[in-house]
Design a protein around this ligand. Structure first.
Ligand code: NDP
Length: 444
């Protein structure tokens, strides 16, 4: 049995009740096997993989808060500080009822390699709570965020751990969390990213993950001698990543015909009108079905899979495991040949394997959605320099970073004799830098 397989067995035995975490570890270990083989004995001597699959620290805490009726509610909070080999922990906070230790460990593990790929000095972490901001008043969200930070502040700091947003955590939540951190510590520092523009936020951070996804897509297609202009696409989700992916895709001449939320999808053959989606989702915090009530050319479908619709490019931008084997087969049968992941691990392992077998162009989230965290790192840089770059400066840096990530991913895939296997390329390129730093720093 190879070293990677041994470690996977060990992870499954120790974390049998954490399926998402085991899934993420398997995907990474399977694809980095050729890179491990080159240094196997050196890595074994320092128990490199054993250490890499174990978070440096996991904190779980109680989050009591008062709702608008004066009733005390209790949620569970988490912060997983996965790996600080190449920089302070960095990764989002997710507020969603599905949040548990398995999901956050998978996200923190993935984040370590993604952050490495950006070329910036940031380690991997993730956190959140099973709190659901949906349907809560602003006051309730504020009370929750204040209580959450009252415990979390003990473990974070600008040079220690810098959380950001993720599902259910946007500008509003980051503002409340930042205010409470400042109040508890008396320190004004860049401890969170995704902040408002009046208190240390970076221009371009809101757009970064979605725009970065399209910059990556464009670069990847260029290497396959294809252009984005005129391509028909489907984008799942209608949150931060999805909205700005659609905005940049449309600016590049693509036609996006469907978007979704967790209840269903809208199909608009005339092309999605993004100003209407933004009004529904960003202003009113409404449901995607309202789009079809406003736009005559659109129809709303409850519950069914968005991936049954015909398209040339699929961009899953909602959540983990949202694109199954049956979905990938339907996409392929309907002529889709390109998938780039805006969300984290949205494609199941079977679906990814099928896409690669069929020669579809497939870019994993670790590389394709790294623009968000890269721009968060640019926000950290601006905060520590105490200055603000213009939107264009940030956007240009983002474009360069995405092109560089493509190059590293493609180079690693080529070096190991699997050109165009971007899953293997992204995992190996992300792994190599973390491994080198961990070996150099000794057993810690
Ligand atoms: P948001 O909370 O802004 O949006 C999530 C969207 O996905 C919502 O429209 C939500 O619908 C929808 N959704 C959730 N579950 C499902 C489902 N089962 N089927 C269809 N739609 C669903 O989150 P983000 O846009 O920030 O994050 C989306 C993904 O991108 C996540 O995987 C996240 O980890 C990843 N990501 C985000 C980054 C960022 O900068 N924000 C950076 C890198 C990765 P509803 O409103 O009904 O819940």
């Amino acid at each position: 049995m190879s070293y990677a397989q041994e470690i996977y067995q060990h992870v499954v035995e120790k974390n049998a009740h954490e399926p998402e975490f085991c899934q993420a570890v398997k995907e990474v270990l399977d694809s980095i096997e050729p890179a491990i083989a080159v240094h196997e004995q050196d890595y074994r001597n320092v128990a490199l993989l054993e250490r890499m699959v174990e978070p440096e620290r996991s904190v779980t805490f109680r989050v009591p808060w008062l709702d608008d009726n004066g009733v005390v509610r209790v949620n569970r909070g988490y912060r997983i500080q996965f790996n600080s080999a190449i920089g302070p922990y960095k990764g989002g906070l997710r507020f969603h009822p599905s949040v548990n230790q398995s999901i956050l460990k998978f996200l923190g593990f993935e984040q370590t390699f993604k952050n490495s790929l950006t070329g910036l000095p940031i380690g991997g972490g993730k956190g959140g709570s099973d709190f659901d901001p949906k349907g809560k008043s602003d006051g309730e969200v504020m009370h929750f965020c204040q209580s959450f930070m009252t415990e979390l502040y003990k473990y974070i700091g600008a040079d220690r751990d810098v959380p950001a947003g993720d599902i259910g955590v946007g500008g509003r939540e980051i503002g409340y969390l930042f205010g409470q951190y400042k109040r508890l510590t008396g320190v004004y520092e860049g401890v969170l990213t995704g902040k408002g523009l009046t208190f240390g936020g970076s221009l371009g951070r809101t757009q970064a993950t979605g725009y970065g996804l399209i910059y990556m897509l464009e670069e990847m297609m260029r290497h396959h001698n294809q252009a984005l202009q005129g391509k028909q696409a489907i984008v799942s989700g209608s949150g931060n990543v999805a909205i700005y992916a659609v905005e940049k895709a449309q600016a590049k001449g693509m036609k996006v015909v469907a978007m979704s939320d967790s209840n269903g999808y809208v199909y608009d053959p005339a092309g999605i009108k993004l100003d209407i989606v933004k009004e529904i989702k960003e202003v009113r915090r409404g449901r995607i079905r309202e789009y079809a009530e406003i736009v005559d050319s659109a129809q709303y479908v409850e519950g069914s899979s968005i991936w049954k619709l015909p398209c040339e490019i699929a961009l899953p931008c909602a959540t983990q495991n949202e694109l199954t084997l049956a979905d990938m087969q339907a996409l392929h049968d309907n002529g889709c040949r390109v998938v780039a992941e805006g969300a984290n691990m949205p494609t199941t392992r079977e679906a990814t394997d099928y896409a690669l077998e069929k020669g579809m162009i497939f870019m994993p989230g670790k590389a394709a959605n790294a623009g968000g965290v890269a721009t968060s790192a640019l926000e950290m840089t601006q905060n520590s320099m105490r200055l603000s770059w213009t939107f264009d400066e940030v956007d240009q840096r983002l474009q360069r970073i995405m092109i560089d990530i493509y190059q590293k991913t493609a180079d690693a895939a080529n070096r190991y004799g699997c050109p165009h296997n971007y899953v293997l390329g992204a995992n190996i390129a992300g792994f190599e830098k973390v491994a080198e730093a961990m070996v150099a720093q000794g057993v810690c």
